[in-house]
Design a protein around this ligand. Structure first.
Ligand SMILES: Cc1cc2nc3c(=O)[nH]c(=O)nc-3n(C[C@H](O)[C@H](O)[C@H](O)COP(=O)(O)OP(=O)(O)OC[C@H]3O[C@@H](n4cnc5c(N)ncnc54)[C@H](O)[C@@H]3O)c2cc1C
Length: 281
């Protein structure tokens, strides 16, 4: 187990924004992970489970508790016919590459999402018409103090099967047989699509708002001429209106200002924008 104290959270999120955390720890095994969670629960200590930090905004005031990072929980293996078992911290790109290496296809469209398996299942991450829920066969979770294994069915758009206070420990994915070179070629194509439509060169946390039932926030933001709107070091991306980017040492308040501004702007026009981004205080 690695522990660090008073560490800047900028280093642990793709937005590169945030103050310090009192403690951040990196369990290396499921047992260490569980011990750390139970320790916090027993002492009624505030804690936050952090995957790859690609869907979070940390406040500049920092986090007055313990961050438990899943980054080192990264065991991955083939198990059973066309199945892969992963710890919660396995990076989605590592999972996609591993699938390719083992001639297993299905999840290519998720290549390039910079999250962990835990974060992706939590949010039911998806891209290019594909969602992670299509491949999740089984999950192992911690619910209160009980470890449960189940086949989840209750996924919906950008909402995973985990209830409040449930923590993903590991997952099993079911895939199909494929040809390594074809899978790698699909992944390459997907990455090119991403790079051409998303602001990859600047820190961000991906799409800020969820798609509505009858509208696309990014499309509306674009139509309203809000692309390029700046506050401090944060800007509504001029490449993809659904992203806010940190172009120059943005503060969390800069980002929150832009989020609130867009939400108010949308509300006045009859739209209720729901946040995909998780704001951590
Ligand atoms: C450039 C860029 C492109 C992106 N493109 C996409 C895209 O195409 N599609 C898409 O869906 N998303 C996209 N995202 C958003 C993000 O990558 C995904 O939502 C991803 O699944 C988040 O995973 P994470 O590990 O980074 O989660 P984090 O940001 O670390 O955490 C997000 C939430 O999940 C919770 N969490 C993390 N691990 C666990 C666990 N083990 N158990 C319980 N809760 C957990 C956290 O507590 C937090 O509430 C993009 C982000 C960026 C920066």
């Amino acid at each position: 187990m690695i522990r660090k104290y008073n560490v800047s959270l900028k280093r642990y999120c793709t937005f590169k924004i945030g103050g310090c955390a009192k403690t951040i720890c990196f369990p290396k095994t499921e047992n260490e992970f569980l011990k750390e969670i139970f320790l916090c629960k027993n002492q009624s200590k505030k804690f936050f489970i952090l995957g790859n930090g690609s869907n979070v905004l940390f406040h500049d005031e920092g986090f007055d508790g313990k961050i438990i990072s899943t980054r080192l929980l990264n065991t991955i293996s083939v198990c059973g016919e066309n199945e892969i078992h992963c710890d919660a911290g396995v990076n989605l790109n590592v999972l996609c590459r591993y699938c390719a290496e083992n001639g297993l296809k299905g999840i290519e469209n998720l290549f390039g999402i910079p999250g962990s398996v835990g974060g992706a299942i939590m949010m039911n991450a998806g891209a290019f018409g594909c969602e992670i829920c299509q491949f999740v066969k089984k999950i192992k979770i911690l619910k209160d103090r009980e470890i449960i294994e189940k086949s989840p069915t209750n996924f919906s758009y950008r909402k995973g099967p985990l209830g409040k206070d449930e923590i993903l420990l590991s997952a099993t994915f079911s895939l199909e047989k494929g040809i390594k070179q074809d899978i790698l070629a699909s992944q390459k194509l997907i990455m090119e699509k991403r790079k051409s439509s998303q602001p990859y060169g600047l820190p961000s946390a991906g799409s800020v708002f969820k798609r509505g039932k009858y509208f696309l926030p990014a499309k509306l933001i674009d139509e309203w001429g809000l692309k390029g709107l700046k506050k401090g070091g944060a800007m509504i991306s001029d490449k993809h209106a659904g992203f806010i980017v940190n172009f120059d040492k943005a503060k969390s308040d800069d980002v929150l200002f832009l989020i609130n501004y867009v939400e108010d702007y949308a509300k006045k026009r009859g739209y209720n924008f729901e946040r995909e981004l998780v704001v951590v205080k």
